[in-house]
Design a protein around this ligand. Structure first.
Ligand code: ADP
Length: 199
């Protein structure tokens, strides 16, 4: 079973493209979802976090106060290291578990991750699929989707890997600067290629 990492900058169309693969029966796992799942109430990881940072790190409903945690690790690198040391192996293990469903007939699965190439998650994948659009398209689509001002979107993009560097790492590229039906055709072609020759 091959694991193909699907990545791209914010608003490049990762969610849109992965849904197109999903319609063809391809199994996929979203790394952001898994990162949230492993700290849901009742998980061992959340218990460790509460031990370490105290009950104040929880919201009134018992869920992790992500904004507070982000604030702490932003200010204190040692705390960031502690947190990453705890979460990275847990996330990795859960990703591996979800990536290998029983009773699955296709030769590949997808791992969707915005930070695939920036984190050690790329070690989990055999090939890299980049969803690519020009930066201006990325800005416009993200502004429209999230109702965020341009400067905020541009700041997020500036903090991510530059487009050319990401493309250098790609084994496959989906050009998402096209109408969706055309993108769906690219997805189908790549799917057929991966099914016939996953190596
Ligand atoms: P990501 O998951 O990479 O952040 P999304 O899949 O959410 O990106 O796409 C960002 C926005 O752009 C969404 O509102 C989506 O509907 C829209 N979008 C994605 N692909 C296309 C396309 N080919 N044509 C027009 N709009 C698109």
């Amino acid at each position: 079973m091959k694991v193909i990492g699907l990545t791209g900058g914010i608003g490049s169309g990762k969610s849109t493209v992965v849904r197109m693969f999903g319609e063809l029966g391809v199994h996929w796992v979203d790394a952001d979802d898994v990162a949230r799942e492993v700290v849901e109430p009742g998980t061992p990881a959340l218990a460790r976090i509460t031990e370490h940072f105290g009950q104040d790190i929880l919201q009134a409903d018992g869920a992790l106060d992500r904004a507070k945690l982000r604030d702490i690790v932003f200010r204190e690198p040692a705390q960031r290291e502690w947190l990453e040391g705890l979460l990275h192996p847990v996330i990795r293990e859960e990703l591996m578990r979800q990536l290998h469903p029983g009773d699955y007939r296709l030769p590949y699965v997808l791992l969707v991750s915005p930070l695939l190439l920036e984190t050690d998650q790329h070690a989990l994948v055999d090939q890299v699929l980049v969803v690519d659009v020009p930066v201006e398209t990325q800005v416009e689509r993200t502004m429209a989707r999230d109702d965020n001002p341009r400067d905020q979107v541009e700041r997020i993009i500036a903090a991510q890997m530059p487009r050319d560097k990401r493309l250098e790492r790609a084994d496959h590229v989906i050009d998402n600067n096209r109408p969706k039906d055309e993108v769906a055709r690219q997805v189908r072609t790549l799917h057929e290629q991966l099914v016939q020759n996953p190596d």
